[in-house]
Design a protein around this ligand. Structure first.
Ligand SMILES: C[S@@+](CC[C@H](N)C(=O)[O-])C[C@H]1O[C@@H](n2cnc3c(N)ncnc32)[C@H](O)[C@@H]1O
Length: 268
């Protein structure tokens, strides 16, 4: 189960600094929401607010953006970086703070795989969307997780002693509960949203060092990445993983490949 109690100001600042690839992916997602000046947008799981600030420019003049995130430290960074955007602590599963039919679009960029109760979140999103409003989501398809660089690098390290006896891949958190693409489609339709588009793409993120890869994994998982690893092994595992990623460094950096599902749904 994902914990929201292992984040820190340092992890929030690190994520803000290392999240260029997430930001670019978020922009591509938002482009599919058909935003116009004057629109009101909810950014669920807004993190440190980079994408919300970009959305605010797209709905100006006259539009507005609200960003919510469960992590107090990330909301603090978001608030410090933007005037005129409302950033509040909150979760996808409970949007009671917002009236029904009150948003033209809802964005969940790199968030959905962390949400514990996804059906509940979709019902809430549908409620706050106006008829014809759009939801945009990017997430990780479970069937491709084995093909990601994280898995192919971490697997062999965990196969060695002393980890082999005490840690397995499922202890490394890069998502709370993954879902297959088929499950995602069923979930969206069961929430009575109409699915307009869903596709899976390969993506590549480049890091400068093995240390930076681990910093990204720790900060994007808000402290969950190694949380389930026995405490006495955590420091050495962190160092061994950093070395394994470092060994893949090329002149252009360390290429981290994975797959992302992007879907857009609407309230009919
Ligand atoms: C990888 S970050 C993505 C942040 C931002 N959307 C971006 O694109 O950079 C994942 C975010 O999802 C948030 N999150 C996790 N569970 C959530 C939930 N149940 N409801 C809303 N946000 C959640 C986390 O707090 C974290 O800020």
């Amino acid at each position: 189960m994902t914990s929201f109690s292992h984040d820190s100001a340092r992890l929030a600042e690190t994520y803000d600094r290392l999240s260029d690839s997430q930001f670019e992916g978020g922009k591509r997602l938002v482009e599919r929401l058909e935003l116009k000046a004057g629109h009101r947008v909810l950014d669920v799981g807004c993190g440190t607010g980079r994408l919300a600030r970009w959305i605010a420019e797209r709905v100006a003049p006259g539009g507005s953006v609200v960003g919510i995130d469960p992590l107090v430290e990330r909301i603090a960074v978001a608030r410090a970086g933007a005037a005129g955007i409302s950033f509040e602590v909150g979760q996808a599963e409970d949007l009671a703070a917002f009236a029904s039919d009150s948003f033209d679009a809802v964005c969940m960029s790199a968030v959905f795989h962390w949400v514990a109760d996804k059906p509940r979140a979709l019902v809430e999103v549908r409620r706050v969307l106006r008829p014809g409003g759009r939801l945009g989501v990017t997430t990780l398809p479970r069937e491709t997780l084995g093909a990601s660089t994280v898995t192919t690098v971490c697997g062999p390290v965990l196969g060695q002693s002393p980890y082999a006896e005490r840690v397995d891949l499922s202890a490394l958190a890069v998502a709370s509960r993954g879902h297959t693409t088929t499950e995602l489609i069923a979930m969206v339709l069961e929430s009575r949203l109409e699915l307009l588009d869903l596709h899976v793409t390969q993506r590549t993120r480049v890091h400068r060092s093995g240390e930076e890869v681990i910093d990204f994994l720790e900060s994007s998982s808000f402290g969950n990445f190694l949380r389930l690893v026995p405490e006495d092994l955590r420091r050495s595992l962190r160092a061994d993983l950093a070395r394994a990623f470092e060994a893949r460094r090329r002149p252009e950096g360390i290429a981290m490949r994975d797959y992302a599902t992007l879907f857009v749904a609407t309230k009919g």
